[in-house]
Design a protein around this ligand. Structure first.
Ligand code: BDR
Ligand code: CA
Length: 316
């Protein structure tokens, strides 16, 4: 059985990634590392603790991770993040505060130790910036050849970005860290906007959670409705909200949900394209560092599985 670690900037689709991971029997969720992005790190880890409690899994450890990018010493939430995820990251919905604390120790140390302990059985799913993973690689480069798979939500190869015309939000937060990861020999799968903006949810689905009349069903329905309303303003052409982060969790254990191409990727770190994920012409033939880039998704199968899994989880 796989051991899964999530690295999250817990906003709304990260909250859905937690639920999807808990409802996935192929993997044990052994820990969550916090990152900055949709919210500041302290807020994100509190959201993770509170959501785990809501979902009846207070045993999953949560660790503090990076609080800003690898090249800055400060992080400010972008106004658009508050618009999409709410100022508190969970659509201004009030959750019961978990009655436990973060684990002692850093998320990066936890990741390095888990890589040595579980090796090929370890799956890492970053759905925020890559700052923690890049720091772990710097701390112990050997982990690149230990970890079984890293399936990350980030980047855009065949479609425009969502922060600038060429950059996706997670990669945009820390292009240097993402570039470090993409040039490493880690076995990587990229689940970018190419596929995540094709997997959508509407209020029809969230209403079915509310109709379960459980606290988890009702809270998640309220949280995701905020996100659906925000998408009506920011991306009205989509007709729903994008299931970015849960798709990455799904692909991590079930790669047949997407079709991929093998490509050596890089991230531009300098203007005018800083944060762009694109094929690296200088490593075009290097077999050691290829990423599997998802370019198509069986969206009906994914959304059906997503609904089956989350509905079952929210029932209890
Ligand atoms: C990604 O950015 C964050 O806002 C979301 O949680 C997702 O991980 C989408 O670009
Ligand atoms: Ca995220």
């Amino acid at each position: 059985k796989y051991k899964m670690i999530l690295d999250l900037d817990t906003g709304i689709d990260d909250a859905l990634a937690i639920a999807y991971a808990l409802a996935t029997p192929e993997a044990d969720l052994i820990g969550i590392i916090g990152s900055y992005g949709n919210v500041v790190t302290e807020r994100g880890v509190q959201n993770s603790l509170d959501l785990l409690e809501l979902l009846g899994h207070p045993e999953v450890p949560v660790y503090l991770g990076a609080q800003h990018s690898s090249t800055t010493d400060h992080f400010d939430v972008m106004p658009v993040s508050a618009q999409i995820h709410g100022v508190n990251g969970v659509g201004e919905v009030e959750l019961k505060t978990a009655d436990r604390q973060l684990e002692a120790g850093s998320g990066v140390d936890f990741l390095v130790a888990a890589a040595h302990k579980y090796q090929q059985d370890l799956i890492l799913v970053p759905t925020g910036p890559m700052t923690n993973l890049a720091a772990a690689l710097d701390q112990d480069p050997a982990i690149a050849d230990l970890i079984g798979n890293v399936t990350f939500m980030g980047g855009a190869l065949t479609v425009p970005g969502n922060v600038t015309p060429v950059t996706e939000a997670n990669i945009n937060q820390d292009p240097e860290a993402a570039d470090r990861v993409l040039r490493s020999s880690l076995p990587l799968t990229m689940v970018g906007l190419d596929v995540t903006t094709r997997t959508l949810l509407t209020t029809k689905e969230t209403q079915s959670w509310r109709d379960l009349h459980t606290t988890a069903g009702e809270k998640y329905a309220d949280i995701v409705d905020f996100y659906i309303d925000a998408y009506k303003v920011t991306s009205p052409h989509l007709g729903g909200c994008a299931l970015h982060d849960p798709l990455a969790v799904a692909v991590a254990v079930e790669q047949s949900l997407v079709s991929t191409i093998y490509l050596n990727m890089k991230v531009d770190t300098e203007a005018p394209f800083a944060g762009r994920t694109i094929g690296d012409e200088t490593r075009i033939n290097d077999p050691a560092t290829q990423t599997q880039v998802a370019v198509n998704v069986d969206k009906d199968r994914f959304v059906a599985e997503f609904m089956t899994k989350l509905t079952e989880l929210f029932k209890n």
